[in-house]
Design a binder for this molecule. Structure first.
Ligand code: PAF
Length: 282
C-alpha cells in the first residue's frame, strides 16, 4: 500500500492504474477510521480493481467555533487499518497541498444546504463540495463511497455530481452502529463516560419515530415531538434539530405523503454534536 502526500504522485499512480485498464474506487474520509469507514472500504474493494482512501481533515468545512483543532487524528492507526482491508493507496495531503497560497475557487449550492445541518453550519457544505470536487479531479474515480449517516452530505454530493455532469457513481452505504444503537462516528471519541452511556438515547428516540411512521402516523410535528421528548429525557442532551424532510428536496414536510428523511443533530453535554437519521419509503 502506497501513502501519497502530494497530488502529483497521486495523479501519477492513478494514471498508471488507468493505463492498465483498472477501475478505481475512492473513499473520501477525514481519518480516525471506524467500522463505518471500513464498511465503505470493504464495499469499494469488492467492486473496484484499485481502492484509494483520502485522509484529510478539511479546514474549509469547519466553522470558526467548531472542532477542527480537536478533531481526532491518527494516521499510523488508519494506515494499518487500510492496509489490512485491502486499500491500495492512501492520499494524506498537508493543508498547503490542497489549499496553496492564492486558493480562491469554491463549489457551492443554492438548494439542499439551507436546512438540517446547514442551518447551524452555514459554510460546511461549501467546504465539503469544494474538497470532494478536488478529490474527484485528482482521482477521477469510477465510484466514490459515502456513509448514509451524513445523509445531507450524501444528498448534496449526489446533486453536485448530477448538476455538474461529473463522471463518477456515488455509492451510499448504510449506517453502522454500536451494539447499543449509537451510530459510529469519529466524534464519539469526544464523549465522557457519562455522555457515552447516555448517547444511545438518540437512536432510541429515532427508532420510536420510525415505528410511529411505520404504524401509520403521518403528522410530522407529532413525530418530531415524540422523538425530541425521548432524546431530552436523559437531561444532558441539547437538540440542534429533529426534522422530517422530503428525501429529494430536503424541504420540511408537515404531512408525510412521500419518501422522507428524518434526521437529527444533538449536543451531548458540552463535548460533542452527534447526528443520526433514518429514511422511510411511503
Ligand atoms: O464525511 C467526511 O468525512 C467528510 O465530510 C468528507 C466527505 C471526507 C469531506 O471532507
Amino acid at each position: 500500500m502506497k501513502i501519497c502526500k502530494t497530488i502529483k504522485e497521486t495523479k501519477e499512480t492513478v494514471a498508471k492504474w488507468r493505463s492498465e485498464g483498472l477501475s478505481v474506487g475512492l473513499v473520501p474520509t477525514m481519518g480516525y477510521l471506524h467500522e463505518g469507514h471500513l464498511s465503505l472500504i470493504q464495499n469499494a474493494v469488492k467492486n473496484n480493481d484499485r481502492v484509494a482512501v483520502s485522509i484529510f481533515v478539511n479546514p474549509m468545512q469547519f466553522g470558526p467555533d467548531e472542532d477542527f483543532d480537536s478533531y481526532p487524528r491518527d494516521l499510523d492507526r488508519d494506515a494499518a487499518l487500510c492496509e489490512k482491508n485491502g486499500v491500495d493507496l492512501i492520499f494524506a495531503p498537508e493543508i498547503s497541498e490542497m489549499y496553496p497560497e492564492g486558493f480562491c475557487s469554491y463549489v457551492d449550492m443554492t438548494g439542499l444546504t439551507g436546512g438540517l445541518c446547514g442551518k447551524s453550519r452555514p459554510i460546511h457544505f461549501r467546504g465539503v463540495q469544494t474538497v470532494v470536487n478536488k478529490l474527484f479531479n485528482i482521482f477521477t474515480p469510477d465510484r466514490a463511497y459515502f456513509g448514509e449517516k451524513d445523509a445531507q452530505q450524501l444528498a448534496v454530493i449526489k446533486r453536485m455530481v448530477l448538476d455538474l455532469n461529473m463522471n463518477v457513481s456515488i455509492v451510499g452505504c448504510p449506517i453502522i452502529r454500536e451494539a447499543d444503537g449509537l451510530a459510529k462516528s469519529s466524534r464519539n471519541s469526544y464523549l465522557s463516560p457519562e455522555e457515552r452511556a447516555a448517547a444511545p438515547i438518540i437512536n432510541k428516540g429515532m427508532s420510536l419515530g420510525k415505528k410511529m411512521i411505520e404504524d401509520g402516523e403521518r403528522n410530522a410535528e407529532k413525530i418530531i415531538k415524540a422523538i425530541s421528548d425521548v432524546i431530552l429525557s436523559v437531561g444532558i442532551t441539547k437538540i440542534d434539530y429533529v426534522s422530517i424532510v422530503d428525501s429529494l428536496t430536503l424541504e420540511p414536510v408537515e404531512t408525510i405523503e412521500k419518501d422522507v428523511l428524518c434526521a437529527c443533530a444533538v449536543y451531548m453535554g458540552s463535548s460533542a454534536r452527534l447526528i443520526d437519521n433514518f429514511s422511510v419509503t411511503v
